[in-house]
Design a protein around this ligand. Sequence first.
Ligand SMILES: [Zn+2]
Length: 244
Amino acid sequence: MEISKTDGIILKSRPSGESDITSVILTSDYGKKRFIFKGLKKSRKRSIAAVEPGSVINLLYYNHEDREFQIVNEFIQLMSFAEIRNDYNRIMHLFFLLEIVEKTTGFGIKDQVLYAMLVSAVEKVSSAEHLEYLTSFFILHLLRIGGILPDYSKCEYCGRNCINQFHVSAVDLKPACKNCINKGPVLPAGTSAFVIASLKNKYGEINFDRFCREEILDLIFHQSLFLEKYYHIEIKSKGYILHP
Ligand SMILES: [Zn+2]
C-alpha cells in the first residue's frame, strides 16, 4: 500500500449504496482509475458537486493495485466549470467529450498529453462560442495522439500528394484527392478545410466563421461512427449534440 497524490478530471460518477459515490477519473499521473468517495453523499462539509463529471480535483488515496476502487482519502476541487451546468448545450458537449475519452482509454495507462488536452477542452466548453467546432477539433486531436489519424498529405486511393486539396471520406475519414472523389462517399470540401486548419493551428488561432456549422456537425457524426467502429463502443451522448 502506498499513498498517491494526483490531479484528475471526473469522467463519470454514480451513487453507491447509502452514502458513497464511485467515480471513473482520468488522473494526470496514473491514467484512468476507479475511485470511491466514502460517505460523500451524506457529508456536511463536502459537496458532491466536486465530483460531478468534468470537475477537476486533486486527490490523495492509498493505492491498492488489487482493489477495483481506490479509496479517496482527501480531495480538493481545482476547477468546477459552473458556467457549463446552466447551459444544456454546453452540458451535452461536456458529456460527449468525457464519454469518448472514458470509452477510448484503458485503465492505468498514464497519458499526460491526453489529460492536458481534455482539461483544456473542458475549460473551453464553458466559454466557447462554437461548441461543435471545439468538439470536432478535440476528436481530430484525440485521433492524432492515439496514432489513428489518417495521413492527410496523401490521397488514400492513388497516393498522390494532396495537401490542401482533398475531400474527407465519409466512411473512414481518410483523404481522397480530386481525381478519386468518385471512389467512395466524401464529405463537403469545407470539411477538409476545417481538418487542415485544426491540425495546423492552435484552437484559439482558428477563424471559425469561415466554416459551416452544419458541415461540422456532419463531420462530428462521421467522427463518432469512426470511433465507435474502431473501438467497438457506443457513444450514447452523440444523439444529444447531433439532434438537440
Ligand atoms: Zn487520389
